[in-house]
Design a protein around this ligand. Structure first.
Ligand code: ADP
Ligand code: MG
Length: 483
């Protein structure tokens, strides 16, 4: 790869389709439940029967506006719809209702890290609203293709980037950011396996120093972020070899074969005029006014970048802050702990330590975690007050709470005999007892052998069976010795 990069500069742009998590379809009242019985979510509008009329789902507009605000895009006031005409067996209308010349969002960016970890903004060309097609199923019946039209008409946002990626790693990082963003914004579940995020990549290379872009190739049908990255890196190498052997790269659409790791020809690229776009006559333009945008903005859920900045400001390390904001569920749980505790560092330690390792062990997500965030805040305060030791809280007490999550942590600690001895009269007795056992050592200490303090402390801890609050015990030992 280094050889290639010395001579050529890769140029990459991404087109991502995000399936929106709305209860009904983009232009009809059909349901959108994933995995429903085939062809049960298909009314006459989804099927495009003559005489039916589509209606705009307001939720689609709102979700598009949310994403546009989060990416600092310009949001268009007058949104027109267009028909994109083509024939697919699983698209009964024979056209897709989409936006052509008036995408709802333009400009804006997604902040990512480049392959070296430095910050980089990827510019967005446009985000537009459209609808999905149905699904052709080739692997159930050996003689026929089966068609499930449940997905036909499910709303999508297409996010098109500027050609600003330099390599597969940047594309991978971008997709991770987009997935995080759509999940935080509650606009999509972002699951690539279920087809909620789909990515087409456009790749070209040009000799270093050349102004014009090289001919691009589009790769479709990758089912994981890693495969997107692999397809890009493969395509860079393939194009390099084409040019180096004196040939020209041909503009075409390829597909990625995950088995061989190679891109293979799908079809020669169609041009925009093949689709014969024209204005959708059945839908009025939708006006998105500033007060609407302001309302959506005021109701926007917290963004990962905002929470990251907040946690850094609270004094958490970059590493902790990044880990905490990686998934929305974890971040919200953390928010919930720190709403009940001022010790953010301890909250991060609990979440990234005992809680995370339990989740990993059980292979469950935080939404299935039995202990409430407020209870964790409670544990933090018990440790802070010296009621239980940090070790006992993270160990025995945590384990007991997993079994009885609704119990009060302090009473549970009591019943488990985990309360630290900090009642000073009880502790004083133990200290006196400990010192009484070593009259010679006490004399040695008094004549200057201060190192013996550890011995006395050890004895006190032993007598208390580990429950003495070490700070308090040490204070009392000193006080007794200095008498
Ligand atoms: P098309 O008309 O083929 O759909 P667009 O100009 O709409 O092409 O761009 C589609 C995607 O391809 C965008 O993400 C864009 O950034 C990217 N792109 C455009 N030109 C190039 C190029 N020469 N090399 C790589 N990517 C490109
Ligand atoms: Mg295009």
């Amino acid at each position: 790869m280094e050889e290639i990069l010395k001579k050529y500069e890769p140029i990459i742009g991404l087109e991502v389709h995000v399936q929106l998590s709305t209860a009904s379809k983009a232009y009809s009242s059909d349901g959108t439940t994933y995995g429903a019985m085939p062809n049960t979510q298909t009314n006459a509008i989804s099927l495009g029967h003559p005489g039916t009329l589509p209606m705009v789902n307001e939720q689609v507009i709102e979700k598009a506006v949310r994403l546009g605000i989060a990416c600092q895009c310009n949001i268009r006031e007058r949104n027109e719809y267009a028909r994109k005409n083509y024939f697919y067996a699983d698209m009964p209308k024979g056209y897709q209702i989409t936006q052509d010349t008036t995408p709802i969002c333009t400009g804006g960016f997604v902040a990512i890290k480049d392959a070296q970890g430095a910050p980089k903004n990827i510019g967005l060309t446009r985000i537009h609203m459209e609808e999905d097609s149905g699904k052709s199923i080739h692997d159930i019946d050996p003689f026929h293709t089966l068609i499930d039209l449940n997905r036909a008409g499910v709303p999508l946002l297409e996010i098109v980037t500027e050609p600003e990626f330099k390599d597969g790693q940047e594309a991978y990082n971008y997709l991770s950011e987009v997935r995080k963003l759509v999940r935080y914004l509650d606009i999509s579940d972002g699951n690539m396996e279920e087809g909620s995020l789909r990515c087409d990549v456009n790749v070209s290379i040009r000799p270093r120093g050349q102004k014009e872009f090289g001919t691009k190739v589009e790769v479709k049908n990758m089912n994981s972020f890693r495969n997107v990255q692999k397809a890009i890196d493969y395509e860079i190498k393939r194009q390099y070899e084409v040019y180096e052997s004196g040939n020209q790269v041909v503009q075409q659409t390829m597909t990625f074969d995950a088995g061989t790791g190679a891109t293979v020809l799908l079809r020669a690229k169609e041009d925009a005029h093949d689709y014969r776009y024209f204005p959708e006559p059945d839908l009025q333009p939708v006006l998105v006014k500033q007060d609407y945008i302001d309302r959506v903005k005021s109701e926007l859920p917290p963004l990962p970048s905002e929470l990251l900045a907040k946690y850094l400001k609270l004094g958490l390390s970059e590493y902790d802050a990044a880990l905490l904001t990686e998934s929305k569920d974890i971040a919200l749980y953390f928010e919930d702990i720190i709403a009940h505790s001022n010790n953010q560092k301890a909250a991060a330690n609990w979440l990234m330590g005992s809680v995370k390792s339990y989740l990993n062990d059980k292979a469950i997500s935080i939404s299935e975690f039995p202990i409430a965030a407020q209870t964790i805040a409670n544990l933090i305060s018990l440790v802070e007050k010296g009621t239980v030791s940090n070790t006992a809280a993270n160990g025995e007490l945590f384990k007991a709470l997993l079994e009885k999550p609704n119990e009060d942590p302090e009473s549970l600690a009591k019943s488990l005999n985990l309360i630290q001895e900090s009642d000073s009269s009880a502790l004083l007795e133990l200290v006196e007892k400990a010192l009484a056992q070593y009259p010679d050592k006490v004399a040695e200490y008094k004549s200057g052998k201060k190192g013996l303090l550890g011995l006395f402390m050890g004895e006190v801890m032993k007598l208390s069976r580990g429950k003495a609050d070490p700070k308090m015990a040490s204070k009392l030992v000193q006080q007794e010795l200095d008498k």
